[in-house]
Ligand binder design. Sequence first.
Ligand code: DLZ
Ligand code: SF4
Length: 509
Amino acid sequence: MRLHLVLGDQLSHSLSALRDVDPVRSLILIAEVMQEATYVRHHKKKIAFLFSAMRHFAEELKDRGYQVRYVTLDDPDNSQDLLGEVRRAIADAGVSRVITTECGEWRLASEIVTWSDVLDLPVEVRCDDRFLCSIDDFRDWRRDRKQLRMEYFYREMRRRHRVLLEEGDLPVGGQWNFDAENRKPPVAGLKGPKRLSHPKNAITNAVLALVEDRFADHIGTLVPFHFAVTAEQAEAELQQFIDDILPDFGDYQDAMVKGEPYLYHSMIAAYLNAGLLLPLDVIRRAEAAWYEARAPLNAVEGFIRQILGWREYVRGVYWTEMPDYVARNHLSAPRPLPQMYWTGKTAMQCMAAAIGDTIEHAYSHHIQRLMVTGNFALLAGIAPAEVCEWYLAVYADAYEWVELPNTLGMALYGDGGIMASKPYAASGKYIDRMSNFCGGCRYDPKITTGPSACPFNALYWDFIDRNSEKLGRNPRMANMYATWRRMDPFKQEAIRKHADGLLKSLDML
Ligand code: DLZ
Ligand code: SF4
C-alpha cells in the first residue's frame, strides 16, 4: 500500500500527492489532530471551517472510489499528531511508501523531512504545483537582486502565465498596474451586496458541536456560520464575486465602512488557501470578466495582482527567508499585545470594528488588517512575534507562509524592508479619510494631544521620532522627517509626553 497524506489546507483533487492515487493500492490519510488545531489558538470558525471541509473532501474521495482513512478529533485511538497518525496507518494497512505534498509552514515541514528516518520508509514530498511559482523558481528570480520588489515579480508572472497581455508581451490597457484608480474613500451609504450563506448539513453541524465542546476557550463566535465547506460552494462564492462584486472591487478596495466587514472584497482567501479554489482558475475567470466587458480593468488587474503577484510573492519570500525570518524584529519593538486584540474592547472605533469583525467572522479585509490593527501595532511598538501569533490564530485564511511576510514584513516592517520599502505607518487622518469610523468615536482624528486626541496621531509622530536612527535616512520617509523636524520643540515635547502616557496604558484606550 502507498499512503497518501493530505493536510487540512490541501483539499484539492488535483493535489500533487493524489496525482497517481490508485483505488486498490492507495490509502489516503486525512487526520484531525490537536497538534495542528492548537499550535496557535486558532479562531473557532477557522477550525470548524477546516474540519468540515476536510470531512467533505474525504467523502468526495470515497465517492470517487478511493480508500480513505479519516481520523476524527474525538476518535479514542487518535494520537493527536500527524506522525502518530501516519504511524498508526502504516501499522494497520501495511504501507511501503508515504507520499505527501510540501506543506505551508516551516514548523511542520522541518518535522516531515525527518519522517523517512523515523519511520524507516521512503517519504516522498512533492512540489505543491497549485502555486504558480515554485520555491526554486522564486529563489532563482531573487538571486542577484539587491532589492526585491513585488511589482517586477508580478510583471514576470503576467508574462510567464500570459495573463492580461497583448501582443509583444505588453500589458493590456498600456499599464501593468492601475492602483492609482483604486484608492477611493467610501461615499455616504456605501454598502456591499448580500453574501451567500451555505446551508449546514449533518457533517457541518457535528463539527460545530465538536469545536464548541473542545475549543470553547479559543477566540471567536461559531454562530452564525456562513462558510463554504466544499469546492462546489466555494465556486458559488467565486461566481457571485465575479458577476456582482468584482466591478466595484477596485474603486473601494481601501475603503472601510462601519457594519460592512466585506464591502466589495472577494472573501475567497480561506478557500484558496485551503485548496477549495485554485489560483489559476480564479485568475482566468477574472480575466474573462474584463475581456467580456463585465468588469473594468482597474478592478480586474488589481484583483489578479493579489493572486498572481502578491500571494505568490509572499510565499516565495517566506520559504527563501525562513527559518530566521520568524524571529526578526528590525525596529526592536518590545511591547506585549494589548488585551483589546482578543476582546475588541476599546473606545477606538476603528480598532473595535476591525477586531469585532475578526472575532465574529474570522475575517477582516486587507486595509483593516494593514492600516488599523497592523498600523496600531506598528506605531505602538508591539513585538512582532506577539502580533504574528494573533494574525495566524484569528483569520480563517491564515497559514504561516502567507501570514508571516504580510504581518512581520509588510505591516510591522520587522524585516527591515524586504516586503515594504517603508513602514506602512499612518495617523488618524488616513483612517478618517478612508472610513466612516471617526464620526462615532470618542477620539478626534484632528487632535494630537489631550484627552480627546486620536491615539494614532501622537503614536504616529512618536514612532517617527523613536525610530529616527533606523528610518531617518529612508528617502521615502524624508517628508515625514522634514515635517517632524520643522515642528515647534514645545509641540514635539507635548507629543512625546502624550505618546508616553498612551504607551503606558494601551489597555485603557
Ligand atoms: C489549520 C489546521 C487545523 C486547525 N487542523 C488541522 C488538522 O487537524 N489536520 C491537518 O492535517 N491540518 C490541519 N490544519 C492545517 C495545517 O495546520 C496545515 O496543513 C499546516 O499548518 C501547513 O500549512
Ligand atoms: Fe480610530 Fe482615531 Fe478615528 Fe477613533 S478617531 S476611529 S481612534 S482613527
